[in-house]
Design a protein around this ligand. Structure first.
Ligand code: HEC
Ligand code: HEC
Length: 320
């Protein structure tokens, strides 16, 4: 593999970044890639009709998720799935609810080539932004070339998405300072114990990054999820476990946005998901929780957001 094209991970300002031009690329280039990636993320000219940016569905003020059940693309039609939170995505790993892209770089081509989301192809998107003079300068600063290619567009956008991090929640702060409220601690104990949430929502990002059928699809969308393209019966209606960080700003929940509140999410798990679904993950079983225990669990989930950080704003460069 050509070393100058190899994908590598590096660290800047404490966040994982991607660089496609080799790990020896200077800090100036890295900052340039991040700035360019941000600009492209908010760029409606990337879409064929000039009306949809990544940020149109991944709303900065909603932790880069979408408040609409099905995200609406350039044709004004709602899609079948809800846009997930973009915080803490690994550079390499399963992307999308069904894991059909394998890295943040691969992921970028999907919305750009989907006529209902943004357009027809990465090449067409490149041609559209080539006409905007500022991008020539920005590509030169980021990559040392003014030639706008699909690979560089994907790298810049992926660098920006990888920089979106949330690890400073109220819970993290409270744990550090020993000031967690008793109800949050009780909720955490349930989460890790009797309610069995931690069996899938595990680790610092509260996800195993794996696929499970929790019965949501059986109850509402009947979306085949991961099984649709792996063809495996055991993966029917399975979806990737999402992070539980920043939930307070990201309703509605689940792959189809079918739950409007955390109360509804807890009702779902307390009821054992969809017990009639023959492919339900065996870990999902009815849970006995008192009303107070439900409240404690929701307090814990709420504490995984950073209530002190002002919501992200759509930058002025977005032209929205
Ligand atoms: C029309 C709305 C829409 C647009 C525009 C859009 N997305 Fe998405 N995005 C979604 C939806 C819906 C999903 C979930 C789809 C699925 O899983 O099948 C998603 C999933 C993702 C994921 C996967 C996250 C995860 O946890 O698996 C990433 C990353 C992402 N989008 C980034 C982008 C970027 C970058 C752009 C711009 C190039 C973009 N999106 C444009 C709606 C949109
Ligand atoms: C068997 C694995 C598994 C277990 C156990 C589990 N979850 Fe989930 N969780 C998932 C998956 C997979 C999804 C996405 C399902 C879908 O959209 O169809 C999900 C979605 C969620 C969501 C929605 C997040 C969003 O951004 O849309 C919340 C909130 C949640 N789970 C909380 C919990 C809580 C609380 C518990 C314990 C009571 C729990 N989960 C137990 C796997 C699991």
């Amino acid at each position: 593999m050509n070393a100058s094209k190899s994908l590598c991970l590096t660290t800047m300002f404490g966040s994982a970044l991607l660089c496609s031009t080799g790990c020896d690329s200077g800090a100036g280039h890295q900052a340039g890639q991040l700035e360019l990636g941000e600009s492209l993320f908010f760029e409606k000219a990337l879409s064929e009709k000039g009306n949809t940016a990544c940020a149109s569905c991944h709303r900065p003020e909603s932790s880069f998720a979408d408040r609409q059940r099905g995200s609406v693309g350039q044709n004004g039609k709602p899609g079948r799935r809800n846009a997930p939170v973009l915080f803490n995505r690994p550079a390499v790993g399963f992307e999308f609810w069904d894991g059909r892209a394998l890295s943040l770089i691969d992921q970028v081509a999907h919305p750009l080539a989907d006529p209902d989301e943004m357009g027809s192809s990465m090449e067409d998107a490149c041609r559209r932004i080539e006409r905007i003079p500022k991008y020539r300068t920005m590509f030169a600063q980021a990559f040392g070339t003014a030639r706008i290619t699909p690979e560089l567009v994907a790298t810049a956008i992926a660098t920006y998405v990888a920089s979106l991090q949330s690890y400073q929640s109220d819970y993290d702060r409270g744990r550090r300072t020993g000031s967690l409220l008793p109800r949050v601690l009780r909720g955490e104990k349930l989460f890790q114990g009797r309610a069995r949430c931690v069996l899938c929502h595990v680790g610092p990002n509260f996800t195993d990054e794996r696929f499970h059928n929790t019965g949501v699809s059986w109850k509402s969308s009947r979306d085949p999820g991961r099984g649709e393209w792996t063809g495996l019966q055991q993966e029917m209606r399975a979806f990737k476990t999402p992070t539980l960080r920043e939930l307070t700003r990201t309703a509605p929940y689940m792959h189809d946005g079918s739950f409007a509140s955390l109360d509804q999410v807890i009702d779902h798990y307390v009821g054992g998901g969809a017990p009639q679904d023959p492919r339900l993950d065996p870990v999902v079983r009815p849970i006995r929780l008192t009303l107070g225990e439900r409240r404690d669990l929701i307090e814990f989930l709420g504490s995984l957001s950073d209530s002190r950080r002002p919501p992200f704003q759509t930058p002025s460069l977005a032209g929205q």
